[in-house]
Write a protein that binds this ligand. Structure first.
Ligand code: HEC
Ligand code: HEC
Length: 273
């Protein structure tokens, strides 16, 4: 006779199924399993990060298909599933294919870049390394906004298994000025003279670059570096100046409430000039 875990427990402790179900509801020992006793990630649950090889992760992201969000999410989760993390088997159970929607800024909408969407989805389920998860997410967004990407040193290109010949397909590096896919791609198009439809190699390398940066940050946080004090973990000086008046507390009209760490002047001109 085959019985599932809950039925087995019911027999052992001699309760009716309904009573056992009621008893089990809300107990952490069973909270993260399905009815057959298989592990299933629960809302709010955190899994243990262990340091990863940055270049191996970047290379895996470069080689992984399915769009930028899937490249970054799948690569880092796969590395963690093969790591010495106490939660390696839990990482292995995560269906990374869910990240497939994130390409081209959510299925072509050109909104939040999939690399950053992946950073958020990943870091949100990691045990909060020395309380630094939100600083790592912030630093990933600021790095993406302000850095000339994709990484293009000879060492990086060889490390991810690409070639100088493939660099011709990238054409030029560029700065996104925004966490938006639209801004990133259009600034790249302006710099390279290439259209969106030829973004393949450029965006694969961009995902490798962001995977590299995220893992580097996570490794450094794990090694007790304080990521939150880095300038790149904070909004720019200019955005911070705007936030003095425009913040999440402000609500007395005409001061509309604002919660964002994006670079304000990419979209607003400001109003004192
Ligand atoms: C000293 C406080 C203060 C600072 C600093 C400040 N603002 Fe404002 N902002 C206001 C007030 C008050 C209003 C509403 C009255 C008005 O329209 O001038 C406003 C209105 C706005 C508006 C809506 C109306 C409009 O003018 O379009 C935007 C957008 C805005 N601010 C953006 C910014 C940005 C971007 C920065 C930083 C470059 C910034 N603000 C810095 C006080 C501030
Ligand atoms: C990606 C573009 C973008 C960025 C970056 C951005 N905003 Fe906005 N913001 C908008 C849009 C779009 C609106 C809505 C404007 C409208 O409907 O007229 C808005 C609305 C506002 C308003 C209310 C405007 C009003 O008329 O009352 C304020 C104030 C504001 N933003 C401040 C900021 C500040 C401060 C920052 C940086 C910390 C920032 N924004 C970053 C796009 C942006």
């Amino acid at each position: 006779m085959s019985i599932n875990r809950r039925q087995a427990l019911t027999k052992i402790i001699g309760l009716s199924t309904a009573a056992a179900g009621a008893t089990l509801l809300g107990t952490s020992a069973f909270a993260a399993t399905d009815e057959a006793g298989n592990y299933r990630l629960e809302l709010g649950e955190k899994l243990k990060y262990v340091p990863l090889d940055v270049m191996a992760t970047a290379k895996l992201a470069y080689e992984t298909g399915g769009g930028c969000m899937h490249q970054v999410f799948h690569a880092i989760i796969t590395m963690l599933a093969a790591s010495k993390s106490a939660d390696a088997s839990k990482f292995a159970s995560i269906p990374t294919a869910l990240a497939g929607y994130g390409g081209a800024g959510v299925a072509g909408q050109g909104t939040v870049c999939g690399n950053l969407n992946a950073a958020g989805m990943l870091i949100n389920i990691l045990d909060d390394i020395n309380g630094q998860n939100s600083a790592i997410i912030g630093a990933s967004f600021r790095y993406y906004e302000t850095t000339d990407l994709p990484l293009s040193s000879a060492e990086f290109i060889a490390g991810i298994g690409s070639t100088e010949e493939k660099s011709l397909e990238v054409g030029a590096t560029s700065i996104a000025n925004s966490p938006l896919c639209h801004s990133s791609i259009s600034n790249w198009s302006a710099a390279s003279g290439k259209p969106f439809v030829e973004k393949g190699e450029r965006c694969k390398r961009l995902s490798a670059s962001i995977a590299y940066y995220i893992v580097d940050l996570l490794n450094r946080a794990y090694a007790l570096e304080d990521i939150s004090i880095l300038p790149e973990a904070k909004p720019s000086a200019e955005a911070q100046a705007c936030q003095v008046c425009h913040n999440k507390e402000a609500s007395v009209m005409p001061l509309a409430s604002v919660q964002t760490d994006m670079e304000c002047t990419t979209c607003h001109t400001g109003h004192f000039n």
